[in-house]
Design a protein around this ligand. Sequence first.
Ligand code: GLN
Length: 500
Amino acid sequence: MNPEELVKATPTLEEIQNFEGKYPRQLWLLFLSEMWERFSFYGMRGMLTIFMVEQLRLSEKDANLKYGAIQAFIYTMAFIGGLFADKILGFRKSIFWGGLLMIVGSFMLAFSPKDLYYIGICFTIVGTGFFKPNISTMVGSLYKTGDPRRDAGFGLFYSGINIGALLGGALCIWAADAYSWNVAFSLAGIGMIIGLGIFVFTRKTIGPIGLSPLLNKVSDAKKRSYEWMVYAGSLLIIPFILLLIRKSEYSDMFMYIVGPAALLYIIYEMFKFNKLERRKLVAALIFIVFSIAFWAFFEQAGGSLSLFARYNLKHDVLGIPMNPNSINNGANSLFVIIFSPIIGILWLWLYKRKMEPNTVIKFGLGFLFLAAAFYVFYYTRFFADANGMTSLNVFTLAYLVITFGELCLSPIGLSLMTKLAPARMHGMMMGMWFLASAYGQYAAGILGAGMATVNEKASLSEKLLSYTDGYKQLAIYALVLGIVLIIISPLIRKLMHEVH
Ligand code: GLN
């Protein structure tokens, strides 16, 4: 079926957006598709650093740096993936292409993990860039402007992300230990096949959503040639990314250039819109800038907090034996799964009573929870024994608190991008939202390295003091950012106009 026939056989946009009940039914399919994509993504993520240390024999420092670069590239590619979806491919083809590249990348790793490691990773980097921002944008397309159910929809979608993250993160690394790296990387590939399979099915239910922006604007032949150019371009970029990952000093340079360049490009695009639309885009950019700081603190999870968990925490939660790193890697996802639907319902409940905090305040709350969580991480030092080993209970509590912060900011941020950007810029702005994560990841590494500057032979107690000092600093910065956001909220709300 060609795209137009497909659309005729499926519901209209009106029918989709006029759904009854809490969630549009298409959301469940996007939820499942993204859940499996995140299964694959977090499965891979959980293996990367360990594989580099144990199999590729990199030093821990180099492995950490490369891990940071890979994460940063993944989220940077999201900007490019969003941009090309807006301009040429549309969301459907972008997601399909991205999923395909992720599958190829995972199976390269499954086939020959050592030899094809870097090239396989590059395929997944480009693939995620095309998949991740665009599936998130599609969730927004299921809602009419001003529909109060949108944030709850993104909350549910966010639960799917974390179910996938929890399962993939736990299963893949387990398979690597129990069977082999080949099996473990295959699992990531299989997860992605399932995700893409569900997406193909989803396409039949989403009417005109996500079709190419060029449809009916240029001839079919021209459209096709543009599409092929994007496909070819995204393959040609792979050797370039390969080079950047192999040489960390190039990654730094890349990070210095790409963010400002993306920002300048957005500013250039902004002039194509009227004043009202421009002001909303400025508001979106303010949220994006704040989110860089949020992720820079939050992502200590993959760096300094994982080392803190490995060396300074006791091995039990409420008397039950537990590996502190399992808590570090899994507690956040588990808490998101439990609390995301509850918070979604809470926002709707407050909305009905005209008491729902507006988005800027929710963002501010996100930072206040972040501050409280880092204060709790700091507070672990008061539970330490003479050997510098402290309570895993208190550490777990900090993860509970940080999760509330994440839920006030991350799903809301996704939702916001789809509210504040004009439709023609949805993909790009969603990409920009993820580009902020790239910078957050990058800054997280620098912050973590700064906290770790105690000498190699430091005792566990000294390490504890050094890390927890750092966490106290982060708590103070997060508190200040939260307060600033709340104070300037009337200003940002003015820019947002009717969006709240
Ligand atoms: N954990 C979320 C996800 O994987 C958010 C990631 C981010 O934006 N940094 O989608």
